[in-house]
Write a protein that binds this ligand. Structure first.
Ligand SMILES: [Zn+2]
Length: 166
């Protein structure tokens, strides 16, 4: 485990036993290693919703967000299976509609997983989460919560309905 001004790197093990590593290299690059499988990526959500926080808090909350993705992976898998069952594979459709439903399902799934990961952060930080953002207001935070919750709820409901425009 290490933490300094350059970033933060930790070996982790999820509650269901999956080993991994999370490297917060700075504001613009994160690496999550699941077992030996590396998933380097630009941290889009963390970049926007950590704006204005002190660096130490930015890195800590960003680390928890990435850990939140791993901790909520079983929930994300259950959600994607449910979407698949009710979404693109639910009944025969023309290829164009199937592709649109697949894109919609991927968007809804990503929103749900972002929501789950950030809920993990908020739960783990407790009162500090609200206190931090009260002290360092960030307009993207409300947009994130409202947007992700809206996309998740509406998208999941719409994709699950038997009769949808898609
Ligand atoms: Zn995320």
């Amino acid at each position: 485990m290490s933490e300094d001004a350059e970033g933060l790197s930790r070996q982790v093990r999820t509650w269901y036993g999956l080993p991994g590593e999370i490297v917060i290299e700075g504001d613009y690059w994160h690496l999550v290693r699941v077992g030996s499988f590396p998933l380097p990526h630009p941290p889009l959500v963390n970049l926007f919703i950590r704006r204005g926080l002190p660096q130490e808090e930015r890195y800590r909350l960003s680390y928890w967000h990435e850990l939140g993705h791993l901790q909520t992976l079983p929930l994300a898998v259950a959600h994607v299976l449910w979407l698949w069952r009710h979404g693109p594979a639910s009944r025969p459709r023309p290829l164009g509609k199937r592709l649109v439903r697949l894109a919609a399902a991927l968007l809804v799934h990503q929103a749900a997983w972002e929501l789950a990961a950030e809920s993990y952060v908020a739960g783990r930080a407790g009162r500090t989460y609200r206190r931090l953002y009260r002290r360092h207001p960030n307009p993207f935070l409300l947009l994130f919560w409202a947007g992700m919750a809206g996309i998740t709820l509406l998208g999941t409901l719409l994709l699950g309905r038997r009769r949808t425009p898609l």
